[in-house]
Design a protein around this ligand. Structure first.
Ligand code: ADP
Ligand code: GLC
Length: 494
């Protein structure tokens, strides 16, 4: 049986900052159903309290860091719907804080130490469990040191047979730290070079992962292409091109059980392609909850998003007045992040009470009701590695309006007037004008071509975004990486 350890800084439903958590909470379930012995390791943050049924290890886990051993406690539980083991690493000093990466004053200053510790703990956990994975599947910069350990200090141990995969969920976050981090991590200094971990005089955890992993993946085919160019390569395009033969874009799926509008407890009523009446109730609930005028006939445009430059919601904030002056629609935003973007949106909501509403903070229930109640779902991202919200919105019957970038290109098919084709509205240029006119197009489709709008809803709801295909693609990739690892070792030893 193939053994795979997912090493991740987030896992839904336990701890979630963004879509990475959804992926780590869902992909393993699909792998488990396909007969893979898959397990997950993640830190026990301050926001998490071990449940009554969690098992706390009596023997401490010894984690071999550079200056010496650091001890942690291992908690074991499993994912909600399948018996996939999830190991939480408890270490008060590193992880007992509410926020995963950043507090109110910015990034935690010891993120380098915290996530080197997670990376090394993931490997030491396997010795502790006496379970050697065939593949370590790592997620984003926070786990980038795992492949580096495997290629360096773990040589000559049972782990030298383990392959590694790093999945890039977002190339913008690279984990840059002072080079001295290597001393703490217990990594040899000869990895600190341009063809390795060095990045402008710093150590880059992500670059280390990309350089040392057996295979590199990202979360959509389009983003896999885009990151090899200067525009979206975030300074790592050269190394990604260098690794192009081992770089694969595998589209994320969605957890079809957690995101099933037919039995979603957050919705006031079920929604299915055969019965859309629940959508009107969701819309009404959202309008009440967010302080919008309760009106079933005005199109409700909504988004659920981290509020950062990436997501392009500053473009939206810049056109709110124009939209409100010239079109009849409502706007609802759920999200949090950059205070400047929050401020712009809050000011817009104040200028247009009852028509524009914003809710800052994380609210799972409201998010689900927005997917179920919006008429059009906005994702005007400047870049988007995959994006899950447009897939949720389609499944819940809200056609998305997206910029043509990354996974949005791979998941949203352009609506074509009069041809009953498409699942949403797409625009090319990341500009206020392009967004404004595309919203105008969606508004006029809603009012003037109701049958076609209905068709868009149906086309979206009938898409298959489950993990079926992508889980098979990952398994194939695991096999390739295991074969590549054997082959490389054979080359080295001859
Ligand atoms: P990213 O990972 O870049 O944030 P994704 O589209 O992949 O973007 O995933 C975002 C996930 O986070 C979705 O599950 C979305 O519903 C959720 N989400 C984002 N902001 C909020 C919020 N304020 N409240 C509830 N859920 C949110
Ligand atoms: C990242 C990306 C997002 C992607 C998610 C899950 O946070 O920004 O596009 O869907 O990871 O892979």
């Amino acid at each position: 049986m193939m053994k795979v350890l997912m090493v991740a800084p987030e896992v839904a439903p336990f701890v979630k900052v963004g879509g990475l958590a959804d992926v780590v909470g869902a992909l393993p379930k699909a792998l488990y159903k396909r007969g893979i012995d898959v397990r997950i390791v993640c830190p026990l943050y301050g926001s998490l309290t071990p449940g009554k049924d969690w098992v706390g290890g009596e023997t401490p886990l010894e984690v071999h860091m550079g200056p010496g051993s650091i001890f942690a406690r291992v908690w074991e539980t499993s994912l909600p719907d399948e018996p996939v083991p999830v190991y939480f690493i408890e270490h008060k000093g590193f992880f007992d804080r509410h926020e995963v990466y950043a507090g109110p004053w910015g990034d935690h200053v010891d993120n380098g130490e915290r996530f080197s510790f997670l990376s090394r703990a993931a490997i030491d956990l396997c010795s502790y469990l006496d379970w050697i994975p065939d593949v370590f599947h790592c997620h984003d910069w926070a786990t980038g040191f795992v492949p580096v350990y495997l290629n360096t200090v773990m040589r000559g141990t049972p782990f030298e047979h383990s392959a590694s995969i790093i999945t890039i969920h977002n190339l913008k976050f690279q984990g840059l730290f002072r080079p001295e981090l290597l001393n703490f991590a217990g990594l040899p200094w000869d990895v600190f070079k341009t063809d390795g971990l060095e990045c402008m005089g710093n150590v880059s955890m992500l670059k280390g992962g990309i350089y040392h992993a057996t295979k590199v993946t990202t979360v959509s085919p389009t983003y896999a292409e885009e990151i090899q160019g200067p525009e979206l390569g975030e300074g790592l395009n050269h190394i990604l091109k260098f690794r192009a033969a081992d770089l694969v874009g595998i589209l994320n799926g969605i957890d079809a059980e957690a995101w099933d509008p037919r039995k979603d407890a957050y919705l006031p009523a079920p929604i299915s392609p055969d019965d859309l009446s629940g959508r009107a109730l969701s819309k009404q609930a959202v309008q009440k909850e967010m302080g919008l005028a309760v009106n079933p006939d005005i199109p409700l445009f909504a988004t659920v998003s981290r509020l950062y430059d990436q997501k392009g919601l500053d473009l939206l904030a810049g056109i709110v007045d124009g939209l409100m002056d010239n079109m009849v629609l409502q706007l609802a935003v759920l999200g949090s992040g950059d205070k400047e973007i929050e401020g712009m949106l809050a000011a817009a909501a104040e200028r247009h009470p009852g028509r524009v509403a914003v809710h800052f903070g994380f609210n799972e229930g409201l998010a689900h009701r927005l997917y179920g109640g919006a008429d059009v779902f906005l994702v005007p991202s400047r870049f988007e590695p995959c994006g899950l919200t447009q897939m949720y919105s389609m499944r819940y019957g809200a056609p998305p309006l997206v910029r043509s970038t990354g996974g949005l290109v791979d998941t949203v098919e352009q609506y074509e007037e009069g041809r009953h084709k498409g699942t949403g509205f797409r625009f090319e240029e990341a500009s206020q004008n392009a967004l404004y006119y595309t919203i105008g197009w969606a508004v006029s489709t809603y009012y003037d071509r109701p049958e076609e709008f209905q068709q868009l809803i149906m086309n979206g709801m009938k898409q298959d975004f489950s993990w079926k295909h992508s889980a098979d693609a990952y398994i194939e990739l695991y096999r390739w990486s295991m074969a590549a690892r054997d082959w490389t070792r054979a080359m080295v030893s001859t």
